[in-house]
Write a protein that binds this ligand. Structure first.
Ligand code: AMP
Ligand code: MN
Ligand code: MN
Ligand code: MN
Length: 285
């Protein structure tokens, strides 16, 4: 079987990516992506532009979003796919999370101020421009001021638990995120499960809860997790009757582990999530 080039996780300048939705789709086309989802953090403002460009370049476009969730005091990400972007519950839910991001940004700036780094809110906002503000924008500001040599180093020194600039934040509940996505006719997927470090006890608890809430799938392959973990998540997907998804989690050339459309063959026992969308993805298996 030839694996189709399907990438169901990517970011644009609407959240913390470097490319505009139009540039992102052009880049995906150069990389032979056939099916693409744009999944900006807590924001769907880029979907229209990305869909238009996808139509021009003959890419099958899937509506997407990556919702920030707090589960058992941890931040996890839930990707929503193939939903109706005009659904008001989803739109309002995402708006609430973005307001929370503004509040968190003020607290992050305060925390950096305590460490002697001033004016970081204005600095981060210059990078965020009109996008949804996030840690990446603070990271870019800190690098520009010489506090670290690159984005990777900056996250090591700042912006992560226990370091200056990190503040705990209460995101959406798992129940809310799944219900907004399902209510808009979409599919909810656990993003990059390998990044949560939950251990052999808590992963089954998360998957069980997610499945009971109406979750559909799990990213068995992700550009932002170790490929060696895919076997474990493929087994869990089977055990909990979840579909499997794959995506690069591309944020921009040079800042992502994997380029958009990276080689990400799902293990054989997986049920690819796109099998649910046969009407949209005709001829691609
Ligand atoms: P936020 O949702 O604003 O808390 O930011 C989370 C985003 O920060 C992730 O989606 C990544 O884009 C980025 N990020 C988090 N940790 C790291 C890291 N260690 N290195 C580079 N980027 C990171
Ligand atoms: Mn990001
Ligand atoms: Mn994520
Ligand atoms: Mn992502």
């Amino acid at each position: 079987m030839i694996t189709p080039n399907i990438d169901l996780h990517s970011h644009s300048t609407i959240s913390d990516g470097l490319l505009t939705p139009t540039e992102l789709v052009s880049y995906a086309s150069q990389r032979q992506v056939q099916v693409l989802a744009l999944t900006d953090h807590d924001d769907i403002a880029g979907l229209k532009e990305a869909r238009l460009m996808s139509q021009k370049l003959d890419i099958i476009f899937i509506n997407g979003v990556e919702i920030s969730v707090t589960w058992r005091k941890r931040t996890i990400h839930i990707v929503g796919l193939n939903f109706d972007e005009s659904n008001s519950f989803l739109i309002n839910g995402l708006k609430q999370i973005r307001q929370g991001r503004e509040e968190r940004a003020k607290k992050m700036a305060h925390s950096l101020g305590m460490a002697g780094i001033f004016d970081s809110l204005d600095g981060a906002k210059k990078y965020a421009k009109h996008s949804t503000i996030g840690r990446i924008h603070f990271a870019q500001f800190l690098v520009s001021q010489g506090y670290a040599k690159d984005i990777k180093q900056v996250f090591k020194k700042f912006l992560t638990p226990g370091k200056p600039g990190y503040v705990d934040h209460e995101w959406a509940t798992l129940e809310n995120a799944v219900s907004w996505i399902n209510g808009a006719g979409g599919d909810a997927v656990i993003a990059h499960p390998g990044r949560y470090d939950l251990g052999k006890k808590l992963y089954p608890v998360l998957l069980n809860e997610f499945k009971n809430l109406g979750g559909t799938g799990i990213e068995v392959m992700s550009g932002s997790q170790d490929p060696s973990q895919s076997k474990y998540f493929a087994e869990l997907a089977k055990e909990y009757s979840l579909f499997s998804s794959c995506g690069s989690d591309f944020h921009g050339p040079g800042i992502s582990h994997r380029a958009i459309g990276f080689d990400k063959k799902l293990p054989n026992q997986c049920k690819p999530i796109w099998l649910k969308w046969s009407k949209i993805i005709k001829g691609i298996h």
